[in-house]
Structure formats: C-alpha cells, structure tokens
Design a protein around this ligand. Structure first.
Ligand code: ZN
Length: 144
C-alpha cells in the first residue's frame, strides 16, 4: 500500500559544490551540517569522473558502473530522510558525455565534481525513516 506524508517548506538553499569534492559527500555533509533530515535536492554541473549504482532486482544487489570521462550533470534529483538515525541523501543522476549521450543511475560515492550548482530544500513535517523492505530488499521508507 502506498502512503504519503504532508510537509511544509522550512528553508531553501542554493549553492555551489567544491571543485574536486565528491558529489554525494558534499550534499550529504551540507545536510548534516544544517540538521536537515527531511528535504529535497537538485543539482546540475559537470563531473571529472563518475560512479553510478544500478539495483539488480534479481540478485537484490547494487552493481556499480564507472565512467572515466568528463560528463555534464544534466540532472540530479533526490531526497533527504533518515536511515539508522542519520541523514541520508538518496539521489539519481543523469549524466551526458561529449556526444550528448546520457547515462543514468543511483548516485554513489565516486563522482568527482568539476562544477556543481545545487538547491536543497529543508522540510518541516513528520520524519521519514528508512528501513529494510522485504519486497524489494531496499532500504525504503517505513510507514510509521
Ligand atoms: Zn536509488
């Protein structure tokens, strides 16, 4: 059964990630430093190299894809919630190469920032917490 929770916007932030920084690490650290445990994230920019996750639904394991090339971040969309009482950023990205060919996947550590402009929105409302989901094997949101 699907569920949802209603929340309100507390604050919006707009900023720049550090050249040479790790994309997921920068966003996660930004949220942790401001106590953001519920929110949404978006970003664009460019990467020096990238690593993406692909969840294999049969094996129930993440496979890792590595791209040792310069890529545009044409889209990053994600959310912030809690897992094991720690803020966790779950984001997916679409990246394009020098021919405009796009790759996409689950954002994991290993994406080195060339340039990054991000928006983080912090919400007030009932906290969303991640826990093991039997149906998928993923750390999805618990209903309570
Ligand atoms: Zn994902």
């Amino acid at each position: 059964m699907a569920f949802y929770k209603e929340m309100t916007l507390r604050t919006s932030y707009i900023g720049k990630g550090a050249h040479g920084g790790d994309l997921l690490g920068e966003i996660t650290d930004f949220c942790k430093a401001r106590g953001i445990t519920l929110g949404r994230v978006e970003a664009l920019g460019a990467l020096v190299r990238a690593k993406l996750g692909y969840y294999n639904q049969n094996s129930r394991r993440y496979e890792t894809l590595e791209f040792d090339e310069h890529l545009e971040i044409t889209n990053l969309v994600g959310n912030v919630s809690l897992k094991d009482s720690q803020p966790i950023v779950h984001a997916h990205v679409t990246l394009a190469n020098d021919r405009g060919i796009a790759y996409g996947g689950h954002l994991v550590p290993g994406c080195e920032i060339f340039a990054c402009e991000f928006v983080v929105q912090a919400f007030d409302g009932p906290q969303l917490n991640r826990g093991f989901d039997e149906q998928t094997g993923l750390p999805l949101w618990n209903e309570e």
